[in-house]
Design a binder for this molecule. Structure first.
Ligand code: GLU
Ligand code: MG
Length: 450
C-alpha cells in the first residue's frame, strides 16, 4: 500500500495564541497547535525586545534601546485565556488567546512590559495602601454599514436594529470570553455604538478592555463589517472615547471612595486620589490620549475632556463622579465610582490604567488637596474664573502632552526607564511619520489602524 492510500485527510488544527498588548495598544503574539499548550505554560514562547518600539505606522522606532539585540519570553497567565468557539461565520476557526507578561529568558520581569507595570502597581495598592482596584472600560466605536444602509437617528431603536445581528453575536462572544458584557447601545454619532462590561479586579480589567476590542473586531470581520475604535473616524464624525470607571475597596471588600458626610460624596482618600489624577492629568494625556488624532477629540464641547477638573455628573469634566441611583436600594457606596474620560482606544489599556493608578497613589501619598471641582462647563468660564478654581487646560497636541510627561517628576520616575525611553522614541517617530497628513487623512489613517 502506498503512503497516499493510508494518509488521513488534513483538517485545520485549532490554534492558541500567546499575546501581549503593547505600548500602542496593539495586541500581538505567536500561535501553536492548541494541544501543545502544556509545552508553553512555564517558559512561554519567544519574543523580541524591539517589537515594543513599533509605531502604529508599523515601523520600529529607530531610537529604541535594543535594535537587533536580545530575546524575551511571552509567559502566559492561564487565568486570562479567552476561547470563543464559533461565531457568525460558520467556517471561522476558534479564537483562542492568552494574555502574557513579557519576561527575560531567566524569568525576571522585563522593564518595558505594560502588563507587568500594571500588575506591580495594583500590587502596590494592595500591599502599601491596603486597597483593591476595581475597574471597567467603556468603549465607543464606529461600525460601518454598506452604503445602501441609511443613517439612523442617535440612540434610536432603528440604529440598534440595524446592527442587532452584530450586537447579539458580540454579547454572546464576550460572555463566552468571560468579559461580562453589560450594555450594547447606539451612540450619538452616525453608525456609532458603545459596549460596556462589568468591573473586575486589577489587571483583569485591562485584559478585558483588550478582549472587548479584539472580540468586537473578530465578530465584525466575520460579518464583513468595518469597525473602528479610533478617536475620530472622519472629520465630521462624533468622537469615540474610552471611559475608565474605577473604584477602590479595602482588603475586606468594603468600598472606600464614598463618604456620605462629604459635600460631593467623595471620601478624604478619594479626594487625595482624585487630586493626584488632576495634578498629573496633562502628563497622563501622553499615555491615555497618545496619538496626534487624540487631540481632535480632547476639545471643548465634545463631552470628552479639555480641562483638568472633577465634575459631578458633568460630561465635560475629565474626571467625573458617576451618578448613583437610589431606585432599587443598592447602597450608594457600592455604586460609587470615578470615571476618567480623557482616554481613547489608541492607548494601551494596561499602560493607561497603570499610569492613572500611579497618579492617584501619588495624590494619596502626597496628601494633595482637591480643587478644580466644578459642575460648570470649564470652557464657558473665563481664564480668571478657571484660575480661581484651579482648573488647568489639558495639552492640545501630543507634542505638548509628551513634554508634560517629560516634566512630570514623580509620575515619570514611577515608570520603568526602558518603557519610558521606548515610548518617547516611538511617539517621536509617530509624530514625524504623520505630520504631513491633512486632518481628514489623519482620521482615515488611524481609523484603519485602530
Ligand atoms: N463620545 C464622547 C467621547 O468621546 C462621550 C459621549 C458619552 O458621554 O457617552 O468621549
Ligand atoms: Mg458613550
Amino acid at each position: 500500500m502506498s503512503r497516499l492510500d493510508t494518509a488521513a485527510p488534513l483538517a485545520p488544527l485549532p490554534i492558541t495564541t500567546l499575546v501581549s498588548t503593547d505600548l500602542i495598544g496593539v495586541t500581538r503574539g505567536r500561535s501553536f497547535p492548541s494541544d501543545e499548550l502544556p509545552h508553553y505554560v512555564t517558559a512561554g514562547c519567544g519574543w523580541v525586545p524591539a517589537n515594543s518600539a513599533l509605531t502604529p505606522q508599523d515601523i520600529i522606532a529607530s531610537a529604541n534601546p535594543w535594535g537587533a539585540y536580545g530575546d524575551l519570553r511571552l509567559v502566559p497567565d492561564l487565568s486570562s485565556r479567552v476561547t470563543i468557539s464559533n461565531g457568525p461565520d460558520a467556517q471561522a476557526p476558534v479564537l483562542d488567546f492568552i494574555h502574557c507578561d513579557i519576561r527575560e529568558t531567566d524569568g525576571r520581569p522585563w522593564g518595558a512590559c505594560p502588563r507587568t507595570l500594571l500588575h506591580d502597581e495594583v500590587e502596590r495598592y494592595r500591599t502599601e495602601l491596603g486597597l483593591q482596584v476595581f475597574a471597567a472600560f467603556e468603549h465607543e466605536f464606529n461600525l460601518n454599514t454598506t452604503p445602501s444602509q441609511p443613517d439612523r437617528l442617535a440612540f434610536s431603536l432603528q440604529a440598534q436594529r440595524q446592527q442587532a445581528g452584530f450586537a447579539g453575536w458580540l454579547l454572546s462572544a464576550l460572555r463566552a470570553g468571560g468579559v461580562e458584557p453589560e450594555m450594547f447601545l447606539p451612540e450619538y454619532g452616525k453608525h456609532q455604538y458603545e459596549i460596556t462590561c462589568r468591573p473586575t479586579l486589577g489587571v483583569a480589567a485591562a485584559d478585558r478592555a483588550v478582549n472587548v476590542r479584539e472580540i468586537s473586531r473578530e465578530i465584525a470581520r466575520q460579518m464583513g463589517l468595518g469597525l473602528s475604535f479610533a478617536p475620530k473616524t472622519a472629520e465630521n464624525a462624533v468622537c469615540n472615547g474610552v471611559h475608565l470607571h474605577l473604584s477602590l475597596q479595602d482588603l475586606s471588600g468594603d468600598p472606600v471612595l464614598h463618604d456620605a458626610a462629604s459635600s460631593n460624596g467623595l471620601s478624604s482618600l478619594g479626594q487625595h486620589w482624585a487630586a493626584g489624577v488632576l495634578h498629573y492629568l496633562p502628563a497622563l494625556c501622553a499615555l491615555t490620549a497618545p496619538t496626534p488624532l487624540s487631540y481632535e477629540r480632547l476639545q471643548p464641547h465634545h463631552w470628552s475632556a479639555s480641562y483638568a477638573c472633577l465634575g459631578q455628573r458633568n460630561r465635560e469634566a475629565a474626571l467625573r463622579i458617576c451618578p448613583t441611583v437610589s431606585l432599587g436600594g443598592k447602597p450608594v457606596a457600592n455604586q460609587y465610582n470615578l470615571e476618567f474620560r480623557a482616554m481613547d482606544a489608541t492607548a494601551s489599556p494596561h499602560l493607561a490604567m497603570a499610569a492613572l493608578l500611579v497618579a492617584g497613589r501619588l495624590g494619596i501619598e502626597q496628601r494633595l488637596a482637591l480643587n478644580a471641582v466644578t459642575d460648570e462647563i470649564p470652557d464657558e468660564l473665563n481664564e480668571e474664573q478657571r484660575r480661581a478654581r484651579g482648573i488647568i487646560a489639558l495639552p492640545t497636541t501630543l507634542t505638548q502632552a509628551l513634554d508634560c510627561l517629560r516634566h512630570s517628576g514623580a509620575l515619570l520616575e514611577a515608570l520603568p526607564a526602558p518603557l519610558v525611553e521606548t515610548y518617547f522614541a516611538l511617539k517621536a517617530q509617530e509624530l514625524a511619520l504623520t505630520q504631513a497628513l491633512s486632518p481628514a487623512e489623519r482620521c482615515e489613517h488611524y481609523a484603519r489602524i485602530y
